[in-house]
Design a protein. Structure first.
Lengths: 505, 365, 320
């Protein structure tokens, strides 16, 4: 149906796709998987005409094609359903379904009766029952997604690309969605399905293509690929390739009997976390393992008070901490280095000095006035200790390199003398030198008695940097790796394991 | 959603509501404003007998009678009159206007229903429709706009309800859609202000105009009358400055401050309403001028402005008479008894000068 | 070679734009002053400067509060109505003496600001909507409390409006003191720095444990209090309380002064000096046109041109 060969695409600074071959066949649900930065979204954007490929062929229905704009791709029958439904929430279901191609009566006015009738027929054909006259926003997210699907089908889509369609759905809604996808498959539509949820992939998909670092590392029927192998392919680790050397580095050197400084129990966030428990001892680096979307960042945010929890308990150094308040968490000694450095971490318009002092300001002030001398001392200390490369303390943080921005953020937290440091992807997007410096710093901090929770998509970094690894999957803890079990192979096994008793609804 | 959030929000809301309620109570409970030397205005209201018609009733202009309009005779005493006011009674003119109608209705023993559109035209339309629905046999309307009256006029015509509009005209046919219009001649007011200015300055020197709000017919007509009369009678007076002060005292003050600095030789200031004139007085005081150094002539006839004459700061005030009550009821009475009434009734505006200001202060509104 | 010179060209352009954005307003003030010295009769007199300073004082004070609100990536549309509320309260309580009345008037501004701030910070209403609702509510309340213009005879207030110390009018002294106070707060206090961080990156500020809500509420409270002070001063100058017309369109003048002064609408930066210069620039512009007796519509057009210029300069830089 839709085939690309030898696709290459360079985005500023990265080779996003190189020599990618991909085929979506009619009547087949094709899984497209890969970790962050593997090139999935770039590939989708090329397929839908958002990006122009630098090289490579694209054929659709056997004829070579080239989409200059997304609307050209849509006209050719390629539709995309995004995680966030992009329809008009205030209009009725039927209006949304027929948006831009409403049946017209005489005088060019919309023939509402015909529109409602046809809308009902279309939806019934897909097994969806809703009142088509009601505004779209009154429906649940799942139902809205279904309408988006129906709209795609109604505009004669031949290829349907679904980007993480289930990420915000209830289990029941997922069932209905899969029902619709099966109907579509029977109608001979090619479905490209992007998801990180292993169980879903095995339930609905026929074929799989694994991308890593912009290359296709595997493509073929999904049934021939077992879970462990799939995880290994995604993470880029061969099974059996165990690296013993980095592993024993920390074991034994930590006091494993000391009482934990952080205990998080049964953290619950609707649809994101299901009873996640983690505990950290002083001087211990605990890794959070799992695929993208497994709840790693959510766990860290919940502990740091940045994500309101529906249930659970957080205790720091014996004192319970109120959830949902970053200020309370910080007072208790918990600091989070967020994953999205640019939007959640740095304050780009302020200087290095102001950024470092930001969180510690109340402690550096008297009567609401900042003690500039003390701020200067602290800033100077940390700029030297972390080797922050800037024109001076008054340079804007937005102008620094990624690695130096990350160091500024670390300095902001260290200035607070935290008990627990939560690091979410601390080395992502920073250059090799800075990466090594940050990793070394983490070790050093742990040696000083700080408890560190480390999240990293870089399996090697995770395994080598952590004393223990708690493995998450679909928002729940599936295994904890300790001692000799802290290996990449065990990590992959844990991620790939089929849950006992099937899907938990 | 974190569990604490809704709680905290309710807290914030309660606090907010409590705060607002407390402050309101405070305001209402123990307000104590400055003693106003002006005294009670309503008490002195009666001193003025109301309006006098400039052009005698049934005189030169076209007239209107009951049979031409359609409708039947009725006795005003047993009738219900509806009055729709356009703007909030927040300025002296509107206060005096409403008070005058109420007083006249009481005097004549007529039942009066009132409504105030609070400067919203859609509200005025529904106000009038409400008045009709409540059984008004006759209507007095102070229109906010000139246009857009068709729905109301249709309803009124169907019930043969006579309408008199006051202070502003509506765009419709007299004696068909409405009976009469009673109001001032703004051009004439401008001319009379010019006369006062000529008298005060001796017809020589440079003068300035503080214009009203732009795009307002009152502004354009008062300007036209003034300029025409100056050009005609006193070519020695030069209008060297025309700036809007938007009918507001504060703007009148700041514009005049700039004026007297850049043109220190200015002889007179014509303010198109009292408020701007009073602002000009403030500016002159601030600049250390003496009363009478710069002659000020204003239009409207509010108590503050007339007091200004008494104090010597203002040379003359042309009245724009807001007391429509007597004339409106007189017109309606005559009309419903079958007599002919004029379609356009221009009222006689008084004027205040140094000669009569002190004695007539009670007449000012 | 060409590439090199091109690169330098853009760098120069960048610098020029940044200079224009940072110091353009001062340049504008200087240009207008020079123009008036040459072309406007009787301009270069102490009396004239005194008048200009007195006239700009209330706008300037309101603009200072507005700069705070804009610094948090918000805006305060209610300032004009708060001035009206303040003048109503002042007149209503003047019987207790000018000090008590002034305190109550400023308290009214604080309550109004707290209401906007609470709507923005706790309920999560867009600042433009929250302050718009306060704009309507405060004006309405002002008119309920004092339906029409009322003269003020209190000697204390009259002295405040027209008196001076060492030849400098009280109004100007108060405005200058408030501007200096605000500059100090922004430069030295924790509140000032937290406000900038919140305006620049709300998520980062929240994750850093800053008291985001408290800072937002305080910012709007300051804006309300400053507007109320401006209302008291304007009343003192006019020697009358006029809640119907006092402060109308004040929000536009204040926003203009702030934006022209180089404070970006996107928040994260508060330029006190620029705001002062912005208010002075607008005042001089209006005055110039009035003194040359140009049609009033010209003033509006000239203001529009200045705003567009300022926004253009800001946008050019933001794009990079």
């Amino acid at each position: 149906m839709l085939t690309v060969t030898g696709l290459c695409k360079t985005l500023p600074g990265v080779r996003a796709l190189s020599e990618v071959d991909f085929t979506a066949r009619a009547g087949e649900v094709h899984a497209l998987v890969g970790e962050n930065g593997a090139g999935k979204s770039t590939l989708i954007k090329v397929l839908t005409g958002v990006y122009q490929p630098d090289a490579g062929e694209m054929t659709h229905d056997g004829a070579p094609v080239r989409f200059a704009t997304p609307s050209q791709a849509q006209q050719a029958g390629i539709s995309t359903i995004y995680q966030e439904v992009n329809l008009v929430p205030l209009m009725s279901v039927a209006r949304n379904l027929f948006l831009g191609r409403e049946p017209r009566g005489r005088l060019g006015l919309i023939d509402f009766r015909r529109m409602h009738r046809e809308a009902e027929e279309t939806l019934r054909g897909l097994g969806i029952r809703v009142d088509v006259r009601r505004p779209l926003r009154e429906l649940g997210v799942g139902a809205q997604q279904m309408i988006a699907l129906a709209r795609a089908v109604a505009v004669d889509a031949r290829v349907l690309i679904m980007d993480e369609p289930t990420s915000s759905l209830e289990p029941r809604e997922v069932r209905t969605l899969f029902g619709v996808i099966r109907t579509l498959r029977e109608r001979g539509i090619a479905v490209v399905y992007v998801s990180h949820r292993m169980d879903e992939l095995y339930e609905i998909c026929d074929a799989v293509t694994v991308l890593r670092d912009g290359r296709v590392v595997h493509t073929g029927p999904l049934a021939e690929l077992d879970r462990l192998r799939l995880v290994a392919l995604m993470l880029g680790r061969e099974i059996g390739e165990v690296r013993r050397e980095g592993l024993t580095k920390f074991t034994g050197s930590r006091d494993t009997t000391a009482p934990p400084v952080l205990v998080a129990e049964n953290l619950r966030v609707r649809q994101r976390l299901h009873d996640v428990s983690v505990s950290l001892r002083p001087g211990e680096v605990v890794g959070l393992g799992g695929l993208l979307g497994s709840g790693r960042s959510e766990t860290a945010k919940a502990v740091a008070g940045a994500l309101p929890v529906d249930g659970g308990r957080i205790v720091v150094a014996g004192e319970p901490v109120r959830g949902g308040s970053t200020a309370a968490a910080i007072r208790a000694g918990v600091s989070l280095l967020p994953e999205d450095r640019k939007t959640e971490g740095i304050v780009p318009g302020l200087s290095v000095r102001e950024n470092i002092a930001l969180a510690a300001l109340p402690g550096l002030s008297r009567f609401g006035l900042v003690d500039d001398a003390r701020v200067d001392r602290i800033v100077d200390t940390f700029m030297k200790r972390l080797r922050i490369k800037a024109a001076g303390p008054h340079q804007k943080v937005g102008e620094l390199s990624g690695g130096n921005q990350q160091k500024v953020l670390l300095a902001r937290w260290l200035a607070l003398h935290p008990k627990v440091l939560l690091l979410d992807e601390p080395t992502r997007g920073i250059d090799v030198g800075a990466k090594a410096e940050v990793q070394a710093l983490v070790d050093e901090l742990a040696d000083d008695g700080l408890a560190v929770l480390l999240i990293s998509s870089d399996t090697e970094e995770l395994i080598e940097g952590s004393d223990r690894v708690v493995v998450l999957k679909d928002g729940a803890v599936v295994r904890e790796l300790t001692g000799d079990a802290v290996t990449e192979e065990e990590l992959m096994r844990a991620i790939a394991a089929v849950p006992a008793g099937g899907h938990d609804d | 959603m974190k569990p604490t959030a809704p709680l905290r929000r309710t807290c914030a809301r309660t606090l907010l509501a409590a705060g607002l309620a407390t402050s309101l109570a405070l305001m209402a409970g123990c307000a104590k404003s400055e003693d106003d030397s002006g005294g009670d205005q309503a008490a002195t209201q009666d001193k003025d007998a109301g309006q006098v018609v400039a052009s005698p009733s049934g005189g030169s202009g076209p007239t209107c009678a009951l049979d031409a309009y359609g409708g039947e005779k009725l006795d005003l005493k047993s009738a219900t009159v509806g009055f729709s006011q356009s703007e909030k009674e927040a300025n002296p003119f509107r206060i005096a206007e409403t008070a005058s109608l109420k007083a006249e209705a009481q005097k004549r023993g007529v039942k009066l229903l009132t409504a105030n559109a609070q400067s919203q035209f859609s509200k005025q339309i529904s106000d009038v429709q409400d008045l009709i629905a409540k059984g008004a046999d006759l209507l007095v309307i102070a229109p906010l706009n000139s246009d857009g009256w068709e729905p109301v006029l249709r309803t009124a015509a169907a019930k043969h309800i006579p309408i008199v509009t006051v202070d502003r005209k509506i765009n419709a046919t007299a004696c068909k859609d409405y009976v009469s219009f009673i109001g001032s001649d703004f051009v004439e007011q401008g001319k009379r202000a010019a006369d006062q200015m000529i008298a005060a300055t001796g017809g020589k020197g440079e003068i300035a105009i503080l214009l009203g709000a732009a795009g307002n017919n009152v502004t354009t007509e008062r300007t036209k009358g003034f300029e025409d009369r100056i050009a005609e009678k006193a070519p020695g007076l030069k209008i060297v400055f025309r700036q809007t002060a938007e009918f507001a005292r504060e703007k009148g003050q700041s514009v005049t401050e700039n004026l007297i600095q850049s043109k220190p030789g200015i002889k007179g200031v014509y303010a198109e309403n009292d408020e701007m004139g009073l602002g000009a007085v403030n500016a002159l005081k601030g600049a250390g001028k003496k009363p009478g150094d710069v002659k000020i002539v204003t239009i409207d006839g509010t108590r503050n402005a007339v007091q200004g004459i008494v104090d010597g700061w203002i040379s003359g005030v042309i009245e724009s008479n807001p007391r429509f009550g007597p004339l409106a009821f007189q017109t309606l009475d005559g009309f419903t008894q079958g007599r002919k009434v004029a379609q356009d009734i221009v009222i006689q505006d008084g004027s205040y000068t140094g000669a009569n200001a002190k004695s007539d202060l009670g007449k000012a509104y | 070679m060409t590439e090199l010179s091109l690169a330098r060209g853009t760098v120069d352009r960048d610098r020029a734009l940044r200079l224009l954005q940072d110091y353009g307003v001062y340049g504008g003030v200087v240009v207008l002053l020079l123009f008036n010295f040459v072309f406007t009769p009787h301009f270069a007199s102490a009396e004239n400067f005194r008048t200009q300073a007195v006239q700009v004082a209330p706008v300037l004070i309101v603009a200072l509060g507005m700069a705070l609100a804009i610094g948090t990536e918000g805006v305060d549309l209610s300032v004009g109505s708060v001035m009206a509320l303040s003048t109503s309260l002042l007149s209503l309580y003047l019987g207790y003496g000018p000090w008590v009345a002034t305190l109550i008037a400023v308290a009214g501004g604080v309550v109004s600001g707290a209401a906007s701030g609470a709507l923005v910070a706790f309920v999560g209403v867009q600042p433009i909507v929250a302050t718009l609702s306060l704009m309507v509510a405060a004006r309405g309340l002002a008119l309920v409390l004092l339906p029409q213009l009322k003269d003020v005879h209190d000697p204390g207030l009259t002295a405040l409006g027209s008196g001076d110390a060492l030849g400098i009018p009280y109004l100007v002294l108060i405005a200058a003191a408030l501007a200096l106070l605000l500059a100090f707060v922004m430069r030295r206090s924790t509140f000032g720095r937290q406000l900038l961080a919140i305006g620049d990156s709300r998520p980062a500020a929240r994750l850093s444990g800053l008291p985001v809500r408290r800072v937002l509420v305080v910012a709007y409270v300051c804006s309300g209090a400053l507007a109320a002070i401006a209302g008291v001063l304007a009343t003192a100058r006019l020697t009358a309380s006029d809640p119907t017309s006092l402060g109308t369109l004040m929000e536009l003048s204040a926003i203009t002064a702030v934006v022209v002064g180089g404070t970006p609408l996107g928040g994260g930066r508060v330029r006190v000096g620029g705001t002062v210069a912005g208010a002075v620039l607008i005042q001089l512009l209006t005055t110039t046109l009035i003194k040359h007796d140009l049609p009033p519509s010209w003033t509006q057009i000239a203001q529009a041109v200045v705003i567009v210029g300022a926004v253009y300069a800001a946008r050019e830089r933001g794009r990079r």
